[in-house]
Design a protein around this ligand. Structure first.
Ligand code: ADP
Ligand code: MG
Length: 567
């Protein structure tokens, strides 16, 4: 006698796809995954944002008997999905904190009566006695765990409530489980599989490549002006997203774009719920709307014709960069991922990592995720290759359309310059920011140099042969390569790492990318700004918060945070 739960399939997947969802054919591995789940097997699906993960559990939910339970982390996302499904005539509902007790009871009754095909639930609701009792009374077709990286500390969005899902395999051992995420780095993947007991499940990793997205990363200054020229040149009427690090900057950039004739709205967690909803709705509805946002924006936003994603700061990890840029071009038409970043981004993200109250092991992981992204920003190779190999796809050829492919990066032998830079950092006491050290190298006569007696040092003026912009590029790359680290307690002072020793001793050759030229005036202004960057109007609130965090950290721990970075 067969297991009662392996009853025959009601409908064929392809019919469901066409009749319910109105699509012609499955994409990539969707059909395979769907067949696998319908047959009652477990699956771990790693598919990039926009790849079409939802159908991988929605179609099986309509093919198998019973109600599919979908665990989903964001309430807004849940409502959108359920609304969309209802419009297609699918019996879907959600249970979360926004429902009144009466409304929740009504949904529960419908579920027990078998009148719901997909029931979405928030993770914190899931493990409640009330919900588990409900599950005991309904016939369950499958469990789908969306955004499954939330189960992992190594993921970028850890949710402790996801840990309770470990009760699924024991309590509902006969029900297939499908976990889905766009985050595929190895530690996260392993963690998801272990926590959700999916170590024996089939893992589907489908193409992370987004061939229609062109990647460009530049490091030149006045990012707002450059953003505007980029938009006016290449996207004069398009909708897109501009990511910034601080809340204030999102508002500032939105205002600046508006002043310059581009409709733009800010979005960050500091705005009221109504404002955020309004701005999101306008972005989805209006043509050519630009949203200037912090990382708070994006999860679950389904706008196919986002033509560009711009970053005015470095995101905090390769995953974040991939997810955020992945919101461009979901319709498959050409789209741009454009980033303008600077040395100070590395400093500020390192500081944020260091001053968070996360455990040290996690900080180290985060630090490495940032390193991977800085490596991408500073690479001389094809950007696409670097991204895909990070996600475990090593077989790709240079793409031929990212900036490094179109304009191959020239490299130069920076061994001597690196030795000079590192010596100067060392001789000045490893507590000054790059801007000051560069002035020492160049033999400038500033007040700060005189006060500290740095004009008496042997390193004074040994770097006159190299122009200021190039020194700045050298320091950025030394940071990217891990030969220098930022001392977050010392407000951005840099110090040497263990790895820098062979370089200092002249035992190691250092190749660096040659940055395209930049106007001298712009460089000078940017350099001058570096020491005062922490005071910049743009980021003042951010830095205020950082300082507070740092103060708290300093009083609560006796280990200086920079130790974290010298593992
Ligand atoms: P993900 O969750 O992986 O980020 P979604 O499931 O939200 O992606 O799907 C992204 C978009 O792709 C949606 O607009 C969805 O309707 C569309 N889509 C998914 N699969 C197909 C398909 N087989 N044919 C056409 N469109 C699809
Ligand atoms: Mg999704």
């Amino acid at each position: 006698m067969n297991d009662l739960l392996d009853r025959p399939v009601q409908r064929q997947p392809i019919d469901v796809l066409r009749e319910v969802f109105g699509y012609d054919s499955f994409r990539g591995q969707q059909a395979e995954i769907i067949d696998h789940v319908i047959a009652g097997n477990d699956a771990l699906v790693l598919m990039p944002t926009g790849g079409g993960k939802s159908l991988c559990y929605q179609v099986p939910a309509l093919c198998r008997h019973g109600t599919a339970i979908v665990v989903s982390p964001l309430i807004a996302l849940m409502k959108d999905q359920v609304d969309a499904l209802n419009q297609l005539g699918v019996k879907a509902a959600f249970i979360n904190s926004t429902l009144s007790p009466d409304a929740a009871r009504e949904i529960e009754t419908r579920a027990v009566d078998g009148d719901i095909d997909l029931l979405y639930v928030a993770p914190e609701r899931f493990a409640t006695d009330r919900f588990l009792n409900l599950l005991d009374r309904i016939s369950i077709s499958l469990f789908a765990i969306d955004e499954a990286h939330c189960v992992s500390q190594w993921g970028h969005d850890f949710r402790p409530e996801y840990r309770r899902l470990d009760l699924l395999p024991t309590r509902f051992s006969h029900v297939p489980r499908i976990a889905l995420t766009a985050t595929a780095d190895t530690p996260t993947r392993k963690d998801i599989a272990e926590n959700l007991h999916l170590t024996d499940a089939q893992c589907f990793i489908t193409g992370f490549d987004r061939p229609n997205i062109t990647y460009r990363i530049e490091t030149k200054g006045n990012s707002k002006q450059r953003l505007l020229s980029f938009l006016n040149r290449e996207h004069p009427e398009d909708a897109g997203i501009v990511y910034c690090l601080s809340r204030r900057k999102t508002e500032d950039v939105a205002q600046w774009l508006t002043d310059n004739g581009r409709p733009a709205l800010p979005y960050h967690a500091g705005l009221t719920q109504e404002t955020r909803q309004l701005h999101q709705d306008r972005f989805l509805r209006e043509d050519g709307m630009i949203i200037c946002a912090t990382v708070a924006f994006g999860m679950g936003i389904d706008k196919p014709n986002v033509r560009f994603v711009a970053h005015l700061n470095l995101p905090k990890s390769m995953e974040a960069y991939y997810q955020e840029t992945g919101r461009a071009g979901r319709d498959g038409l050409p789209a741009n991922a454009w980033m303008n970043y600077d040395l100070s981004d590395i400093v500020s993200i390192r500081s944020m990592v260091a001053s968070s109250d996360a455990p040290e092991a996690q900080k180290r992981i985060e630090s490495r995720k940032l390193d991977a992204l800085v490596g991408l920003a500073e690479t001389t190779k094809c950007r696409r290759q670097v991204i895909l190999s990070y996600f475990g796809e090593d077989q790709h050829q240079p793409c031929g359309n990212c900036d490094t492919c179109l304009e191959p990066v020239e490299t130069w032998d920076a061994t001597d310059a690196s030795r000079k830079a590192l010596s100067a950092v060392y001789r000045t006491g490893q507590r000054f920011g790059p801007a000051h050290v560069i002035e020492v190298l160049m033999g400038r006569k500033t007040e700060k140099i005189r006060q500290n007696g740095h004009d008496d040092l042997s390193v004074y003026a040994i770097g006159k042969d190299i122009a200021q912009p190039q020194w700045r590029s050298v320091f950025r790359q030394l940071l990217a390569m891990g030969y220098l680290q930022v001392d977050v307690e010392g407000h951005g002072g840099v110090y040497l790492t263990e790895e820098s020793r062979p370089v200092l001793r002249g035992e190691k050759v250092v190749e660096m990318r040659m940055d395209p030229g930049e106007s001298k005036r712009a460089m000078t202004r940017r350099l001058r700004d570096f020491d005062t960057e922490f005071e910049n109007e743009d980021d003042r609130d951010l830095w205020e918060r950082l300082r507070t965090m740092r103060r708290e950290l300093a009083t609560s721990q006796n280990v200086p945070p920079y130790v974290i970075f010298s593992d």
